[in-house]
Write a protein that binds this ligand. Structure first.
Ligand SMILES: *Cc1c(COP(=O)(O)O)cnc(C)c1O
Length: 241
């Protein structure tokens, strides 16, 4: 690791924070309501530690195996870090996920929720319902129409606590093209909130990534999921562009 890396991650985070501040200011939002979820797929532990030393305290991982190594390495050295699962979760991996993560952002069907409920023993798992805005065939997430029914069904599970919604919107070169998706997720969350379902909070909205998080913030994001803008371009297979 070269000293350049250290400076870069710190500087990148500073730039992201400045961008958050100006987007929040533009719409009169409190910047402290907007939290960075640093997405660390393919990012090594040293870089994660650098981000922690710059004050990042929420991380998102997409793969159980990769997360297991990193989290078991870091969890007991550094407290106060929260880990979000942001990948697509197979039912047979839930038994690992519940020990690793503080929140699962990608719950999109009742069977998955039931499995999480079954595997939680001493606490409730915080989850977001993932909605497939724009109904992209290649993306996971429940349909816009099903979100509220799914929230109701999941709300009956004792060991799950719904905190809001998440979307992995279609990639847009121009952030303005992503804005309608953000608006839509916000509307759906307000819809569900108005139904006042017991055990369902719509406080959190996880939307926006490196190239469009300002638009997401302007439309109500509380979690922005940032990979590239902090850690640089990914080289591996799951690169989105
Ligand atoms: C990779 C990833 C991100 C971050 O994307 P960047 O464009 O690198 O910021 C956000 N959310 C999810 C679910 C991802 O897999």
């Amino acid at each position: 690791m070269s000293p350049i890396d250290i400076i870069d991650i710190g500087r990148n985070i500073e730039i992201v924070r400045q961008r958050i501040l100006s987007a929040a200011k533009k719409t009169g939002r409190n910047p402290s309501d907007i939290k960075i979820v640093a997405i660390t797929k393919n990012v090594d532990i040293e870089k994660i530690k650098q981000a922690i030393s710059c004050g990042i305290d929420i991380f998102g991982e997409n793969y159980i195996q990769e997360a297991k190594e990193k989290i078991s390495n870091l969890k007991y050295q550094i407290s106060n870090i929260r880990w979000h699962f942001t990948g697509s979760l197979q039912k047979n991996k839930v038994k690992y996920a519940v020990h690793l993560f503080d929140m699962i952002e990608t719950v999109d069907n009742i069977e998955l929720a039931q499995e999480i409920d079954k595997r939680m023993i001493d606490r409730a798992m915080e989850v977001l319902i993932q909605v497939n805005i724009g109904a992209e065939k290649t993306k996971s997430g429940c349909s816009e129409q099903d979100a509220s029914t799914l929230a109701k069904e999941i709300s009956r599970l004792k060991n799950i606590s719904i905190k809001g919604l998440m979307t992995m919107h279609p990639f847009c070169q121009n952030p303005e093209d992503a804005r309608p998706h953000f608006k839509r997720l916000f509307e759906i969350s307000k819809d569900i909130e108005m139904q006042d379902i017991e055990n369902v909070s719509m406080k959190e909205l996880s939307m926006g990534m490196s190239n469009d998080f300002e638009a997401a913030i302007e439309e109500g994001a509380t979690f922005i999921r940032i990979g590239t803008a902090i850690f640089g371009e990914r080289t591996a297979k799951i690169k989105r562009r």
